[in-house]
Design a protein around this ligand. Sequence first.
Ligand code: AMP
Length: 499
Amino acid sequence: MPMQPLPSTHPWDDDDGFHEECGVFGVWNATDAAALTALGLHALQHRGQEASGIVTLADAGTASAKFNAHRGLGLVGDIFGDAKVMAGLKGRSAVGHNRYATTGETALRNVQPLFADFEFGGLAVAHNGNLTNATALKRALVRRGCLFQSTTDSEVFVHLIAISLYANVVDRLIDALKQVQGAYSLIALHDGALIGARDPLGVRPLVLGRLGAPEGGAYVLASETCALDIVGAEFIRDVEPGEIVLIDNDGLRSIKPFGRGQSRFCIFEYIYFARPDSVVEGTPVYATRKRIGSELARESHVEADVVVPVPDSGVPAAMGYATEAGIPFELGIIRNHYVGRTFIEPTDQIRHLGVKLKHSANRPMIEGKRVILVDDSIVRGTTSKKIVEMVRQAGAKEVHMRISSPPTTHSCFYGIDTPEREKLLAANHDVEEMARIIGADSLAFISLDGMYRALGRPGRDASNPGYCDACFTGDYAIPLTDLEGHPERVPALLAANGQ
Ligand code: AMP
């Protein structure tokens, strides 16, 4: 059989996305499991807007146990807003997934949860994160005769489970997890249990909650606490890095097959990705963003008349900035909520158009004023450039850009979508040049230590940062095995930074 073409190592390449930022949700033994899952996925819509899927399990533990599935392209409300679809998703347990992939083929075959029938029965798997040795594993699996149905890295889990020689499903899953490298928060459902697992460094989030009456304590797993809130579940705790939780009719069991390591939770979840009303690793995202804004104001003060957030992602940081600086906060830019995130548009041309469609200047708040604009990050610089131009056109006297993250100098390989290094503005220009490129009178980013201070630490401890901050430092804590097979990319991606 011919080798399948190797998947792209980056979504900004032409090949179908091998990178996905996603949302996952699962529930065990509750009435209306599918409806709860659809609600949870709706609350996690910001983690992926391309596609969604739900797999339910009916009559668990009986001879007539049956999995039902529905997957579709688009938003959760569009896919699961249909009564007939929901009526087909029978069962008291369910797992769901929102997919975010940025370029290439938008194919139903890539929409999760993935499902496969094994000797032990059916298994549905929903994965958030990105595996860094998936290409190597896939190559080996294809050689062994595994037939891949999709181009998502998550399918590697399914085949590793299938070929494992262990007898029961949990041991097979552990066997699979021990072979993969990368970031994963996953939820699996089989006839017997709902399983949650986080990679040993806990890069991507996963939380555990419990439904109250009338469900009598049914457990829920979700990417973020905002998905627990929407279904009325009480937050219990984060699933720990390297932990596997097994939820069945006897309750909850925890397995830690990897021992204890350093945790490296993704710091970008705090900066941009998580919803502001979520509590991540015990810390409210909204409050953290405000604290980052205050730190930023202390570090990079400038005389101005008004602090204006780039909505929505810059809002909490701008509030923190304005309070700390004692400068009025105004909504000087209004966002049109009926346009998707600019980042998702695949071509530069459409991306430019997207920014214009998405943001408008609120002229009376800007005209004749010295404006501090606050956004969470500069990636390619497209958004900042357009916004600065728009604010100038609206009559601003000065435009000062403040960014609530350090310069994004490195691509993420663990599940946050970022372009290749060549396209990252901060990888190729110093701050002064960047200011000139985006057309701002001044530009400042929060320092690395300032960001850690906002997270309650004294600064960044290089020997144990506690977070994955590779996008700002190039400190990749998990091996980038698949990149090693692409020597043409390694110098550009890593070596240039002395790694
Ligand atoms: P850019 O226009 O390429 O500089 O992108 C920066 C803008 O995209 C900022 O306003 C961010 O809020 C947003 N952004 C940053 N990272 C991501 C991401 N991984 N996915 C979607 N949007 C992002």
